[in-house]
Design a protein around this ligand. Structure first.
Ligand code: SAM
Length: 332
């Protein structure tokens, strides 16, 4: 019943013509032929997929058995030597949604549903036990939870500017992370653009999962007014992204590294922002992440022709992950 009503909800959702026309124009120019298959996936919610990230703090063998029975298999197996055995994410090729887990007082949740491509920025960050980590734009907290599946940071600072979303972030952390570890997590509600000045050279790793044009959800904008506003305001996002990156660089200790990610295909918010940073900050250099790309190439389709420090996941049928842009930089 629940699945049926969800499916109906998606069918009833209308694709927004203003956004689709805008994307057709921009992405045909930027992606060429690749756009038509991406467009097919983004406009067909019935072929969307979800991955299931297991919570290592609430292990459940029954759940794993039932996932296998339903045709799910572990992703990210092999090829990523630094990934601990406790990191488990299940995917399957067929579409459909696994039920989300309800909050139960006093019990940690067993899994988090997410787009599998959202794990790539976390994996690229390669957090090690004891490192000081900043998640600059953290709500609702999917990537914060994923970071804690990979390692136990020394200090873990999760920041979210928006009040309501910061509350959501706190709830996510409370439902997935045991109290003993929560004590080493700091949640703040700052404008990420100021954190570099407030906490200079403090962190080994920074995740900059920036606000961006969310291609997947924008295509289902509720009305022309909202869509038109989004298209107009889109141009301002690159500037915010650049400022957040500059702040992240200030917050990094020399030798530390950052990962920048967005869930848009737009070059203006991806490679252009990273190139501007590389051209204007003499203390950062690109980090090659092509090996990680090769290691996960069975599960993801990437755009050809990007540089070695960046990846762009293109959704396709059966591997409907992304869009997700990931770039890695190191502070000298
Ligand atoms: N990392 C999150 C996750 O995996 O669940 C998703 C982050 S979402 C793409 C970007 C977030 O940045 C939004 O929650 C938004 O409210 C927040 N944001 C917007 N402007 C910001 C700013 N100036 N400083 C910090 N966060 C900001």
């Amino acid at each position: 019943g629940q699945l049926e009503s969800k499916t109906k909800g998606k069918l009833q959702k209308q694709i927004c013509r203003v956004i689709l026309d805008h994307f057709d124009k921009q992405y045909t120019a930027e992606l060429g032929n690749a756009w038509s298959s991406v467009r097919d996936v983004l406009t067909s919610p019935l072929c969307w997929q979800h991955s299931i990230l297991l919570n290592r703090f609430s292990p459940c063998t029954e759940l794993e058995n039932s996932l296998c029975v339903q045709g799910y298999h572990p992703a990210f197996q092999g090829g990523l030597p630094y990934l601990p055995a406790a990191f488990k994410c299940y995917i399957r090729r067929s579409p459909g949604r696994f039920p989300a887990q309800k909050h139960q007082a006093g019990k940690l949740k067993e899994y988090y549903l997410l787009n599998a491509a959202s794990l790539l920025p976390v994996l690229a960050l390669e957090v090690k036990d004891g490192e000081n980590v900043l998640d600059l734009c953290a709500a609702p907290g999917g990537k914060s939870v994923a970071i804690l599946q990979c390692a136990c940071p020394g200090q873990f600072h999760c920041n979210e500017y928006d009040d309501l979303r910061a509350r959501w972030l706190e709830e996510t952390i409370e439902s997935f992370i045991p109290q003993s570890l929560i004590n080493s997590i700091m949640v703040s509600k700052l404008d990420g653009r100021h954190i570099g000045d407030l906490k200079p050279e403090l962190y080994d790793k920074v995740l900059v999962d920036t606000p961006c044009s969310n291609d997947r959800s924008w295509l289902f904008s509720s009305d022309i007014h909202q869509a038109t506003l989004r298209v107009i305001q889109r141009k301002e996002l690159s500037c915010l992204q650049f400022q957040l990156l500059r702040s992240a660089i200030k917050a990094l200790r020399p030798g530390g590294s950052l990962v920048y990610s967005t869930c848009t295909l737009s070059k203006a918010e991806n490679s252009d922002v990273i190139n501007l940073i590389l051209n204007s900050c003499s203390n950062v250099m690109p980090v090659d992440i092509s090996e990680m790309g090769r290691a996960v190439s069975q599960e993801f389709t990437f755009l050809d022709g990007l540089q070695q420090h960046e990846l762009l996941v293109l959704p396709e049928r059966g591997r409907a992950w992304g869009p997700m842009y990931v770039a890695k930089l190191k502070k000298i």
